[in-house]
Design a protein around this ligand. Structure first.
Ligand code: ZN
Length: 389
């Protein structure tokens, strides 16, 4: 989301808007500018879109605040033309928590509908004077087409209802898909629940795309997002599944090379050129672990100050490196890395340094162990070809 602009920060959440949002504002202005007064119509169109996105923002805050209640950090909410995205730093462990986080967004829309609809009908009714309920609805519909306060209220009430319903379509990773996954996960393993939710989501994506081919570009975009997003999340869940059985202490590279604070940067460059290792623990002369030298860091140092200087001046000090115990599972280590935005953790046992674990180590493990697990899984659960016929 490099092309997003920060609007404000509230409850520790950065609210951002993607630049393409401007296109939607222009679209809103264009749609309503065909009125007798084009300028007033255009301004009305912009107000409509802005209020619509206030509703989308409230929907995202519904997710975010429930997530925060369950101690899941939410660094950003981004407004995109196809809707909002609340970025959760991790998925909650308990299916019930995921259920509540997912349902909270559509719930906000339904609450807004309940609040807006009586007011909207009251204002429309006052404008119409006396009349039956059916003529009230017809009148409300006609008001929605013209720039007016009552038309706006009706539009927002109905749109919130539609937003709530649309998000509940079980198209993982949309809200309804997450609701489905969390319900399934209460009855079966998380990975299988995710696989089923992703499969249902793909089916929904195809259906959405078919409807979208009728001329709705938004739907096509959402179908695409569902298809791609579902696969990404499934991979993440499967990786986690692979990692939850491996302990940090068992994944350490015992042969890892180390460097010393007093050594020159030149020495580290040589090591990186001659070994496959990308991250080095740094020790002082008393053999205490005092920091980490990473390949990205070394590259940036080489660019700015060349090969002069000592390792102690460029390393990441040990205090900034997250520490984990050897018994911690790699799934939890991975979470630690994400939460601390660190690509390396130090494994220590009662203060004694055992080694480093890096993102590279973990993704390598995912590939190796994941491949073996997949083979075992398919041999164990797939029926023989004759049985499948
Ligand atoms: Zn949502």
């Amino acid at each position: 989301m490099g092309s997003s602009m920060r609007l404000f920060r509230v409850w520790g959440i950065d609210v951002q808007v993607h630049w393409s949002f401007l296109l939607i504002l222009a679209y809103g202005a264009f749609i309503y500018s065909g009125q007798s007064n084009p300028l007033a119509g255009a301004i009305y169109g912009i107000v409509v879109i802005l209020l619509l996105f206030v509703c989308v923002l409230l929907h995202e805050f519904g997710h975010a605040l429930v997530a925060k209640y369950f101690k899941v950090n939410v660094p950003t909410i981004t407004l995109l033309p196809i809707g909002g995205v609340a970025q959760l730093e991790r998925m909650p462990r308990q299916p019930f928590q995921e259920f509540l986080i997912a349902i909270a967004g559509p719930a906000v829309n339904f609450v807004l509908t309940l609040l807006l609809l009586p007011v909207a009908l009251l204002v429309v009714g006052m404008g119409m004077g006396s009349g039956s309920a059916s003529s009230l609805l017809a009148y409300a519909q006609s008001r929605m087409m013209t720039p007016s306060l009552d038309g706006l209220l009706v539009y927002l009430a109905l749109t919130n209802f539609a937003l709530g319903l649309f998000n509940l379509i079980p198209a993982f990773p949309m809200d309804g898909g997450r609701v489905l996954r969390s319900l399934l996960a209460m009855a079966m393993p998380y990975v299988r629940a995710t696989r089923i939710a992703v499969m249902v989501g793909r089916l929904m994506a195809v259906l959405l795309a078919f409807v979208g081919l009728g001329g709705n570009i938004m739907l096509l975009l959402i179908a695409f997002f569902v298809y791609i997003g579902g696969r990404g999340e499934l991979e993440a869940v499967e990786s986690r599944y692979v990692l939850k059985d491996i302990k940090a202490g068992d994944a350490l590279n015992r042969e890892a090379r180390q460097v010393y604070t007093s050594e020159s940067i030149d020495k580290a460059v040589d090591l990186i050129m001659t070994t496959y290792q990308a991250d080095f623990p740094v020790f002082d002369l008393g053999s205490n672990f005092v920091g980490v030298l990473t390949r990205p860091l070394l590259v940036s140092v080489l660019r700015t100050q060349g090969r002069e200087g000592r390792i102690v001046d460029v390393m990441i000090p040990a205090e900034q490196i997250p520490v984990v115990g050897p018994e911690m599972t790699l799934a939890d280590v991975w979470d630690q890395m994400m939460e601390n935005r660190s690509r390396v953790v130090a494994v220590k046992e009662q203060g004694r340094f055992l080694g480093l674990l890096t993102l590279d180590d973990i993704s390598e493990l995912i590939q190796v162990v994941g491949a073996t697990k997949e083979r075992e899984d398919s041999q164990a659960s797939r029926p023989s070809p004759t049985a499948a016929l």
